[in-house]
Design a binder for this molecule. Structure first.
Ligand code: MN
Length: 230
C-alpha cells in the first residue's frame, strides 16, 4: 500500500530532514577527500631503470593504499578538512596518531618521489644547484657518492633525501614514513628505498637501483625549483 504525500508536504519533509542533518552532523564528519595525484609521466616511461610493473604496483597499489587509508582514518575526526601537509605536521611524533601520520606522510613522500624522477633524467644539475652542491659538498662527485652511500645504508624501509637545511644542502635518510618536512628541512629530492620500490627489478640489489636512479632518472630541475622555494 502506498501513502500519497502531497508535493508541498513532501518538500517540507525534505527540508526538515536537511535541517536536522545540518544541525547534528559536525562539519568534519564529511568524508575526507584526499586524491591520488596523477603520475607526471606514463607508467612505462622510466623503463628499463624502473619497470612499468614496478610503477603499476608502487603507484597503483601502495601509493593508492596510503591515500585510501588516510581518507578512512581522518573522516569524522578534527583532521577531516585539513590539508595533507597540515596533517603530516600535526601528527608527527605523536604516538597516538601514528597510523594517520604514517599514511599521510607516505602519501606526501610518494608524490614527492614521483616528481623527483623523470625519463631521461640524471646527469648533472643546472648552474644554480651545481653551485649550491659545490658549496655544501665540495664537488658533484663527493655529493653523488654521499647521496648513494647514505641512501643505500638506510636500514630497512625508508628514504634518502637531498635537503636544504638552513642554506646548507645535506643528505639525510629517514625510516619508514618519516620525512624531513617535519624536521625543519626543505626536501629537494628523494629516493624511495622501501623494497617495493625496487624488488621486482633489482631484487636485493638496492645499490644498483639507487645508482641507476641517480645516474638516469633524478630530475635536477625539480630539485632546483625546490631550492628556490626553500
Ligand atoms: Mn614506496
Amino acid at each position: 500500500m502506498h501513502t500519497i504525500i502531497p508535493p508541498d508536504r513532501r518538500r517540507f519533509l525534505q527540508l526538515a530532514c536537511v535541517g536536522v542533518a545540518a544541525a547534528v552532523v559536525p562539519l568534519h564528519a564529511r568524508a575526507a577527500a584526499h586524491v591520488l595525484p596523477a603520475l607526471p609521466w606514463a607508467e612505462n616511461a622510466l623503463d628499463p631503470v624502473i619497470s612499468a610493473q614496478t610503477i603499476g604496483f608502487h603507484y597503483g597499489k601502495h601509493h593508492k593504499g596510503y591515500v585510501d587509508n588516510l581518507n578512512r582514518l581522518v573522516t569524522g575526526t578534527p583532521l577531516a578538512d585539513a590539508s595533507l601537509e597540515e596533517i603530516v605536521r600535526a601528527t608527527a611524533g605523536k604516538a597516538d596518531q601514528a597510523a594517520i601520520f604514517n599514511n599521510a606522510a607516505q602519501v606526501w613522500n610518494h608524490t614527492f618521489y614521483w616528481k623527483s624522477l623523470r625519463p631521461g633524467g640524471g646527469g648533472k644539475p643546472g648552474a644554480a644547484l651545481a653551485q649550491a652542491i659545490d658549496a655544501s659538498f665540495g664537488s658533484f662527485e663527493a655529493f653523488r657518492k654521499e647521496f648513494a652511500q647514505v641512501t643505500v645504508s638506510q636500514f630497512g624501509s625508508g628514504w634518502g633525501w637531498l635537503v636544504n637545511a638552513g642554506g646548507t644542502l645535506k643528505i639525510v635518510k629517514t625510516g619508514n614514513a618519516e620525512t624531513p618536512l617535519t624536521q625543519g628541512m626543505t626536501p629537494l629530492l628523494t629516493i624511495d628505498v622501501w623494497e617495493h620500490a625496487y624488488y621486482i627489478d633489482y631484487q636485493n640489489r638496492r645499490a644498483d637501483y639507487v645508482n641507476a636512479v641517480l645516474d638516469r632518472l633524478v630530475d635536477w630541475g625539480f630539485a632546483e625549483d625546490n631550492l628556490g622555494r626553500g
